[in-house]
Design a binder for this molecule. Sequence first.
Ligand code: NIG
Ligand code: FE
Length: 405
Amino acid sequence: MRTLIHHIGLLAGILPPGKLRLTGSEMAVMQTLPDAWLLATDGLITDFGPMSTMPTCTDCHTVHAHGAILMPCFCDPHTHLVYAGSREQEFVDKIRGLSYAEIARRGGGILNSADLLHQLSEEELYRQAMRRVEEIKSKGTGCVEIKSGYGLNTADELKMLRVVRRIRETAGIRIAATFLGAHAVAREYQGRQGEYVDRVVREMIPEVGKQRLAEFIDVFCDEGFFTPTETDRILRAGARYGLRPKIHAEELAPSGGVRVAVAHHALSADHLEHMADESIALLQGSDTMPTLLPGTSFFLNMPYAPARKLIDAGLGIALASDYNPGSTPSGDMKFIVSLACIKMRLLPQEALNAATINAAYSMGASCTHGSITRGKRACLQLLDAPSLDYLPYAYTSNLVKQMFL
Ligand code: NIG
Ligand code: FE
């Protein structure tokens, strides 16, 4: 099937083939074409150009864009959107003064979500997650990474990853699956962290690997959670099954997560709210994408990751939502782009590049997603906006006229 979208006011996010990420000053520019058309064949971008060159196509399904902006869908390379129920009680506890780390130390947080998940059927878990997936699809996301990490035992981690697989088969968008058994120490292993890590390494990873339920592996490498030494051991075990690392690093403290990420050629090092200055040098020259989650800083009232410093040091950055029940119960990538502009001082085009091409890189999808490039998936959003700057400016408006997934 062929689809011709015409009278596009601005076609944005054009990149040449082979450009898989943007770094430093490159991030400030989104290549655009005003007054354009775009042709997609069987879900792939075949061609595009200025209206004066539009081909005639009698058997095409045509879409009149009426001057709207057409750009790549958002990619969201870090979410925990498969979870059971919600944790609004902790939201109230935080307003009353408890921190995220204190709630976790008292046995709440991730362990509360694990308790809820143990009781929930696979079917109901899928149903709850799909509601979230449908919501983010309507807000511009066409490509999303989803982690396990609320099972914390082999059976329930596998249950989560089967739900992710089912979402991949039914949601009509690109999904990447990440195994995060080392998200917290399971309740029944409290005080026996080493034994829990043994279980992750000896039992969970081999099962996930054999059943091919994930492509990536993650560890919550941070103060109060897993150490760099434990992380190193877990990532080595994952590598035996071809699981590439994408890890939680330096969210709560400069705890060495970036060093271990870079040493293992992690695709991304995520969070970085409390990143040590020396981590910038480690990231330079690596293939690890710093992936920032301003929604978490907003929701937890924490410092924001030093996005400007990273870009000014010549690095690329990606943005993600972190959609999860504890630290960011939202997957609204357009709002994430606004936060990056308002709170991290990114220019709108830097933030949009971070949420498209660099976000796609951060989940191993930039060969097929994240830009307007001939041969890539026609995973596109049509937006009712007068300019690109308007997107983060209108920070709560849903401007999506139509999604092409
Ligand atoms: O990325 N930091 C670890 N994991 C999540 C929070 C998970 C939760 O609280 O349920 C995060 O913020
Ligand atoms: Fe996270």
